[in-house]
Design a protein around this ligand. Structure first.
Ligand code: P6P
Length: 334
């Protein structure tokens, strides 16, 4: 058994100029994940964990108490270290510039969705924490600015997620493949369980909220009908699996093959998912595992962000499946 900590140290040795700051950030995420995991697992028993926080986030979505708890836990873990200069979260309208000297001298910034899919918590469906790490682009020693956060996904130095499911797993990449670690609560360790994860080139699972079908672009509608065609000789109909929790849907498709789609529609003209802390980290992981991630036309990692909470249509998973939906979109322009 190899722990996440041992793995991080081992991999850090491969970076001759590494100073251990990125390792420190991953250690902070590991600690926050253990704390969040503990409270998710007893959410039904402790009133102050379940339910609404009585406020809305910047997206106008009802914040859950655990959303706020997860945000505060991750922020505290980063602030306690000198590896992170600033932090942005779905739960805060503006980024947070850690203003202590030790943090101003840090060279990384982190963006997170502290608890994605949190509407599922009250009904005991798995949720996740998503993170995306960049080097800052403004001078070390000064407070971070919005410019540090509005970098294209291709500039990420690391990204990953924690999925609080039937077991709790941390999956991440630093640009050299994707590795998964399963949490053993009995000993408080994330142990390496899925080394060098590869996303199958094709798959038989499609994940989309088909209740929004009528709002989708014509090409996406035609692709969904293509998936449903009764053609056993061509491996169709495919299987529809949609949990309503990006991290869980993504994780299943990462391991088994498949495509997750959140297209633009009349209700979400730019798609629902946020580019910086949902699409970019998942796109980095997908590509590192051999998959593909686009907005239906463009590679997600090439998109130059203009706003912290901007949204994007999102198609991610097995390369052949993403290429196939592109064919339908190109043939059926709206
Ligand atoms: P819908 C959760 O709010 C989330 O951002 C993703 O985790 C999930 O895949 C999607 O939205 C679900 O959205 O509109 O299908 O309920």
């Amino acid at each position: 058994m190899k722990s996440l900590g041992e793995f991080i140290v081992e991999k850090q040795a491969e970076y001759p100029h590494a100073r251990g700051n990125l390792s420190g950030i991953l250690a902070a995420i590991r600690l926050a994940a253990k704390v969040i995991n503990r409270d998710i697992n007893r959410a039904g028993l402790v009133n102050e964990i379940l339910g609404d926080a009585g406020a809305e986030n910047v997206q106008g979505e009802q914040q859950k108490k655990l959303d706020v708890f997860a945000h505060k836990t991750i922020s505290a873990a980063f602030f306690a270290r000198d590896d992170v200069a600033g932090f942005a979260s779905e739960e805060e309208e503006n980024f947070i510039a850690f203003d202590s000297e030790k943090n101003r001298n840090a060279k990384y910034i982190v963006l997170t969705d502290p608890l994605d899919g949190s509407s599922n918590i009250d009904v005991n469906v798995s949720v996740g924490t998503i993170f995306s790490i960049y080097r800052r682009v403004t001078p070390v020693g000064t407070p971070v600015t919005l410019e540090d956060f509005l970098q294209p996904g291709s500039a990420q130095v690391a990204a990953g997620y924690v999925v609080y499911g039937s077991s709790t797993m941390l999956v991440y990449t630093t640009g050299n493949g994707v590795n998964g670690f399963t949490y053993d609560p009995a000993i408080g360790v994330f142990a390496l369980s899925h080394e060098n994860i590869r996303l199958p080139d094709d798959g038989t699972i499609y994940s989309v909220n088909e209740g929004q079908y009528l709002k989708f672009p014509l090409g996406v509608k035609k692709y969904i009908k293509y998936c449903q065609d009764d053609l056993p000789s061509e491996g169709r109909p495919l299987t529809s699996r949609y949990i309503g929790s990006l991290v869980s849907d993504f994780h299943r498709n990462l391991l088994k093959g498949g495509i997750y789609m959140y297209p633009q529609g009349s209700n979400y003209p730019n798609g629902k998912l946020r580019l910086l802390y949902e699409c970019n980290p998942m796109a980095f992981l997908a590509e590192q595992a051999g998959g593909m991630a686009t907005d239906g036309k463009r590679r997600i990692l090439d998109i130059q962000p203009t706003k912290l909470h901007e949204r994007s249509p999102f198609f991610v998973g097995s390369r052949k499946m993403v290429e196939k939906v592109h064919e339908f979109i190109e043939k059926n322009p709206d």
